[in-house]
Design a protein. Sequence first.
Length: 107
Amino acid sequence: MLQVTTAAVTALEEARAAQQVPDDHGVRVSAQPDPNDAANTVLALGFTEAPIEGDQVTDQAGTEIYIAAEVAEPLASTVLDIEDTPQGAQLILKPQEGDAEAATEEQ
């Protein structure tokens, strides 16, 4: 299952506070059409009140993550993390390692 590092959870919580999203909303990871290329899809992250039927639900360091069925398998062996770039901190996906710094509790 997709894992989320502590640093990425912190960034998501900062975004939640900045957007004034209620604490009881989770983060949904899904696919949506690429606005620049209709033939492709892109990964989307957004705050939502509850998972959609079929979503995988996991708690990552106190933040509920809802993983849409269409992306659950492709993301099963990845970690959502933060990378510092010239444009600032960016969320990135990377392969899971045996000792990845992520706390996953399936629900």
